[in-house]
Design a protein. Sequence first.
Length: 262
Amino acid sequence: MVRRCERSTERRSIEQNCKRTVGHPSIPRTRLAGVLLTLVGVIVVSPDSVLIRLINADMWTILMCRSLLGAVGLLVISVVMEKPIGLKGFRRIGIPGLALSVSYVGCTMCFVYAVTHTTVANALVIMSISPVLGALMSRVVLGEPVGVRTWLGATVILLGLIIIFRNSLNRDSINGDMAALGAAFLLATKFVIVRGSKEISMVPAVVIGCLLTGLIAAPMALPLSLTPQGFLFALLLGLVLVPLGTTMTTLGPATCLCLSRG
């Protein structure tokens, strides 16, 4: 009888917490809002790989332009979103935020290397496993349940990866394919960190990640080698697509678990 009362009390407490968090202006708290926000973010950033090719520069120059310009755009978005807090939001990210920044640095480097060393199709298909990897990692790290559809999706994607890597074994694109796989794993790590710290906006952590990536790439970059057309593509990529898409895919996974717990 006592256990039933405790379970009932715990259930009511979870429902009350979910109701209090739904509708918070800074981070969407419903599962549908999170899915839609993430989906729109993926659509916005989807031309990323094509623009990287169109910039037609070396990897380090692309990394520097993409990251430093992206840091500027993300900083503006972060300050606007956190008006009452402003730059103080950078202090709130803590150790998880720093871990996210590091994972973002690795993910960006792997992604740009992949796009410049394998086909765009291969890179995007391999990167598409990141949500499934994120779900599986969330099961291990956060104890979140994994649905049957996720397991089915993971099986189908695994078969696709086997086909891709089987065709790449004797080609120069194998390094790019492996880099895309690394980027997918690091992106999934970012999703898990965001899910584990959903009460805090992690956009400032992405700003730090962008800045670090740009500073690492700067000594090897050759920005003067950019053509006028390449410079315009870099501006579009760094100031528009990366800030908007990254913000949405960072806030999207930070949804409350009311539906799964209720």
